[in-house]
Design a protein. Structure first.
Length: 420
């Protein structure tokens, strides 16, 4: 009875804060695609090639600062790190609505990526401090649900805001909430169960002991060098790189693709853009629940990505001349790409000990950011160069197929420590 009560309290105290924080991060990174559809390129004199680069610069800054942020979060404080990131990215996001030239926009996009870089690995580390192995796929999923849920409501809201006020006011309105939330984060968050005032001493000891016991079955890994050279980590890095090409090529340019293909206005485009993320929410919750129930991670990752790849291929074959069928396939692709996030990030904490798991997750997420940079830039480039989304669909499908093969190559056994 006490264990069930404890589990319930952790979910209700910790997960809403995590979800809101990561939701705000996605709000401020995904709305650039709507600004692109709303005419930011025309207003600032940006060419198609430059627009793709500017949209992707976020991920370059995101890539560079992943591992340093994770190391600080693991060794010092998730609470302090995320508080600073919230304030800084809120300022950068709001400033995007005030830019008057291309260099300023490029600098802000890069800085926004840099200050958001630590959030994902820090949150994964935070979850590993609070939730057990049997809960972690679901906990990771509730974190990453901040992505599709935010893009879902943001797609609708942003369509109305841009239609009424323009892209500049949209950035200002949607950037400032992160600064307000930073204050709430500071008062609500405790780095570890031992610091939580809402837990009894018995409850704190029970959580910490359970997490310590889980570490006993893992092969010791002395340092980050050993962890980063592990075949498992290297394969997961490559897998997430390819996966992220598909996800962010899709997310960043979907509004522009739909608006051009459908000929509809911004409000209707916003509603259409929200549909794949509604399907993604249902898919993510279902897959993470099944993964925790069956204690299997790998076999809940690669089939979803395969479905996503096949949906992109089918959408490529259908073409824009059959818009609604092509759109339905994009909904399937979006849901399938998002579905396996929870099981995927649970893999790392089950194969590596706590002293290096945070850094390994940051490295993997950093490679995902590099894939996001390539996907958002090259998909945007292909769309502009060819005048059709077909080539972009084919590129994203190929990347997802590569991620399927890399997932299948991962052995679900802890790595053996390497001597140097």
């Amino acid at each position: 009875m006490e264990v069930r009560k404890l589990a319930s309290r952790r979910w209700w105290y910790v997960m809403p804060v995590i979800f809101i924080t990561y939701s705000l991060a996605y709000l401020d990174r995904a709305n650039y695609g709507f600004a692109a559809a709303a005419g930011i390129e025309r207003d600032l004199g940006i060419s198609h090639g430059m627009a793709s680069l500017i949209g992707a610069l976020f991920f370059l800054g995101y890539f560079i600062f992943q591992v340093p942020g994770a190391i600080y979060a693991e060794r010092r404080s998730v609470k302090k790190l995320v508080f600073c990131c919230l304030v800084l990215w809120g300022v950068c996001a709001t400033a995007t609505g005030m830019v008057s030239n291309i260099p300023a926009l490029m600098a802000i996009r890069f800085l926004l990526g840099a200050v958001e870089a630590a959030v994902m690995p820090a949150m994964l580390i935070y979850i590993s401090h609070w939730f057990t192995r049997s809960e972690r796929s679901r906990a990771n999923t509730f974190l990453i649900l901040g992505n599709p849920v935010t893009v879902l409501w943001m797609s609708v809201l942003t369509g109305y805001v841009i239609n009424a006020l323009g892209w500049r006011q949209m950035f200002i309105i949607e950037g400032f909430p992160a600064v307000i939330w930073a204050v709430m984060w500071w008062w609500l968050v405790s780095d570890r169960p031992a610091d939580a005032r809402w837990l009894s001493l018995v409850e704190k000891d029970a959580i910490e002991q359970t997490l310590r016991d889980e570490q006993k079955g893992l092969v010791p890994v002395r340092n980050y060098r050993e962890a980063f050279s592990s075949p498992i980590v290297l394969r997961l890095c490559a897998q997430y790189f390819c996966w992220s090409i598909g996800v962010y090529g899709f997310m960043l340019w979907l509004p522009s693709i739909l608006k051009k293909a459908s000929g509809l206005g911004f409000v209707a485009t916003g509603w259409l853009s929200a549909t794949p993320y509604l399907a993604a929410v249902a898919a993510m919750i279902t897959v993470s629940w099944l993964s925790d129930r069956m204690q299997n991670r790998k076999h809940f990752v690669w089939p979803c990505l395969l479905v996503g790849a096949l949906a992109f291929v089918a959408s490529y074959w259908v073409g824009s001349q059959h818009f609604w069928l092509s759109f339905a396939l994009l909904v399937i692709a979006g849901a399938a790409m998002y579905a396996p996030y929870g099981p995927f990030f649970a893999i790392v904490t089950e194969l590596l000990p706590r002293n290096v798991a945070g850094g390994a997750m940051a490295l993997i997420n950093g490679m995902g950011a590099l894939g996001s940079f390539c996907g958002s830039w090259f998909v945007g480039y292909l769309n502009g160069a060819t005048g059709t989304p077909a080539a972009g669909y084919a590129f994203m499908a190929l990347a997802l197929l590569s991620s399927v093969l890399l997932t299948l190559s991962v052995r679900m056994v802890p790595p053996v420590a390497v001597e140097f």
